[in-house]
Design a protein around this ligand. Structure first.
Ligand code: DUT
Ligand code: MG
Length: 611
């Protein structure tokens, strides 16, 4: 189990897999090379599968050969009756060979399907796990950049296109090439002149397919974007459905989805039409083959350059050239789908978080003393150059409670996010126990911090599971103890299944204040050296809040507390109160000192207490 915001979760990959992944992270821009990297361990069986494909396609040519022999020698030939009585053993041998080879071919095809499935599913499983691992380890910036629906598309639809490439596209290419090559060679050996005449269509074919590729490539990229867009609409609506309902915007949302859906359908149709524009030409070329053969073959036949037998062999095998030609469009389409999808997968595959462990991290065991220092810290988000924090300097001594107040948007949340290194300051340093936070490993750093975030997210799990999220080893007694600290025990005990009550996604079934209290218990349950509460008791009534305040003073472990709050009642007992305005600390001191000062805080006190 892992704590919100820590860098190290339960590893979903074995050490061996991780090492393999590290090797294959040699960055490449080529999606086929990338695929090859990820096929490590499967390459042998894949090679066998390709050989199998070649074999059963070859058998496709051999079986008709035997049946022709059989017919000519024993059934239709002039001495068929003679052969049948005197060479009966040969007849049976041919028959057995034919049946045997057919069964053999069926077995090969079957094994081949098994092999392709195993390899493609194996690679898919590996890449999917790797992607999830990658996504888990990204920093806040990543989550601000990528939309959830888009990420979901990458680990589902896009990955499936990659699997399709391994299991189907490569196989079709091998099949088409094998047939073309085998028949081509056979034709050349038989009669190179006629073979050359047939081959005259090849340049035209290549030009057509190349033009098709150029035209269809952007279509597949667009198609993929439309799908991700539609998934995003669906995902946002499902997870934000309560807002939709509150504003009675169902019809509007259905309409919005319909627009996305229609757009996706139209792009799909357009992509299909792109191929349809080429189809008549390719089909005409394929149909041209028998005509060329008739014309050129006829002329060669008359001139005596071709025997009748050769002519028959040519016409019997034209399909082996025409069919792969007809498949080319399909293959190209699927290949472009793979191309567009794999680019998206690779973007995540190679994504590196900016915030990572230092190369030589500080040795750190046990707890922090809890000394927090901000030294002239300034900060702005990357997507906007507006400074959010300006020259912040303050110290919270071990065990102290520091309250941060200020109007909405003044930068309180941004400030506390610098402590667990969710973001890096643009200037100045944040230190814990005298060391810059970037000297610790993320695991050590975040492991020492208990954070209750402003918007509470609970997991679809029992209340017990939610509280023990950061440390799954703690006992039920301890879970209850932390629930008491956060004044949650009473309402939890009244729930139908007590601590085993399952709360829905995002804590459906609980009130805002109840969720906040569970989130506080969750932050306390890791017995942090530093506790950060971001507006955690804003939805709790005054009486309960008082209770929580009292418990926080009596914690069974030493702990420095940073508390963001709007209410004087929450902050007045703090050792130090910081008032923030527009990213700056404008007032600091104790409750009494600040009242005496007669500034923003004194104004707040007047407003909130009516004195
Ligand atoms: N901001 C961004 N990007 C973010 C988060 C915030 O640009 O990802 C901006 C919005 C705001 C400023 O930073 O103008 C400070 O935001 P913060 O969330 O730190 O404000 P707050 O003091 O915590 O406000 P509230 O009391 O509403 O929680
Ligand atoms: Mg905030």
């Amino acid at each position: 189990m892992k704590k919100t915001g820590t860098s190290d979760g339960v590893s979903i990959m074995s050490e061996k897999e991780r090492k393999r992944a590290a090797r294959s992270v040699k960055k490449t821009d080529n999606n086929l090379v990338w695929l090859w990297h990820n096929m490590e361990g499967f390459r042998g069986i894949y090679f066998l599968a390709i050989l199998g494909t070649l074999l059963y396609n070859a058998l496709q040519l051999v079986v008709p050969y035997f049946s022709a022999q059989l017919v000519d020698r024993f059934l239709a030939g002039s001495d068929a009756a003679y052969n049948l009585t005197n060479h009966r053993d040969q007849f049976f041998l041919l028959l057995e060979l034919m049946v045997g080879l057919t069964i053999f071919r069926v077995i090969i095809v079957y094994l081949d399907c098994v092999a392709y499935e195993r390899v493609s599913q194996g690679v898919l499983y590996r890449v999917r796990n790797f992607l999830f691992d990658k996504i888990q380890r990204q920093d806040m910036k990543f989550y601000n950049t990528f939309r959830t629906g888009d990420l979901m598309t990458r680990v589902t639809g896009d990955l499936d296109a990659v699997r399709h490439m391994i299991a189907w596209v490569v196989r079709m290419v091998v099949e088409a090439c094998a047939l073309l090559l085998a028949t081509g060679t056979y034709f050349f050996l038989m009669n190179w002149k006629l073979a050359l005449c047939l081959l005259a269509v090849a340049p035209v074919l290549f030009v057509l397919i190349y033009r098709f590729k150029v035209q269809v490539k952007p279509m597949h990229q667009l198609l993929r974007e439309k799908l991700a867009g539609m998934n995003t609409i669906a995902q946002e609506n499902i997870s934000g459905n309560r807002v939709v309902k509150a504003f009675a915007r169902e019809d509007y949302e259905i309409e919005r989805f319909d627009v996305g859906n229609r757009d996706y359908r139209d792009t799909n149709i357009k992509t299909a039409y792109t191929w349809l524009a080429y189809y008549p030409y390719i089909e005409s070329l394929a149909n041209l083959l028998p005509v060329i053969q008739l014309l050129a073959g006829g002329l060669f036949l008359i001139a005596g350059d071709l025997t009748m037998g050769e002519y028959v062999a040519f016409s019997g095998l034209t399909w082996a050239i025409a069919n792969p030609m007809r498949q080319l469009g399909n293959i190209m389409n699927e290949f472009q789908r793979f191309s567009a999808a794999s680019r998206k997968v690779m973007e995540i595959y190679y994504a590196e978080p900016d915030i990572v462990d230092p190369e030589n991290p500080l040795e750190h065991t046990g707890r922090f003393d809890g000394l927090i220092e901000f030294r002239d810290v300034s900060f702005s988000y990357e997507d906007s150059n507006l400074p959010v924090l300006k020259h912040i300097t303050f110290t919270a001594k071990p065990g102290e409670t520091v309250a941060i107040m200020g109007e909405t948007g003044c930068g309180k949340t941004s400030l506390i996010h610098l402590i667990p290194r969710f973001y890096e300051p643009t200037e100045g340093e944040v230190l814990i126990d005298g060391h810059n936070v970037n000297e610790y490993t993320l695991k050590d750093l975040r492991g020492g911090i208990g954070l209750a975030t402003q918007d509470v997210l609970l997991y679809s799990d029992s209340i017990d599971g939610n509280i023990a999220y950061g440390d799954s080893h703690i006992s039920r007694e301890e879970v209850v103890k932390f629930a008491r600290y956060s004044a949650a025990d009473e309402f939890i005990a009244k729930m139908p299944e007590g601590y085993d009550t399952i709360v829905g996604e995002r804590g459906v079934g609980l009130s805002g204040g109840q969720k906040q209290r569970i989130s506080l218990a969750r932050a306390l349950a890791v017995k942090p050296s530093i506790l950060i509460l971001d507006d955690t008791t804003s939805a709790v009534d005054l009486e309960t809040e008082k209770e929580i305040q009292h418990s926080l003073r009596e914690l069974s472990f030493p702990c420095t507390k940073l508390i963001i709050a709007q209410r004087i009642s929450t902050t007045k007992t703090a050792d130090q109160i910081l008032i923030m305005q527009h990213g700056e600390i404008t007032e600091r001191g104790t409750h009494e000192e600040l009242i005496k000062k007669g500034g923003y805080y004194a104004e707040l006190v007047k407003l909130q207490t009516g004195m």
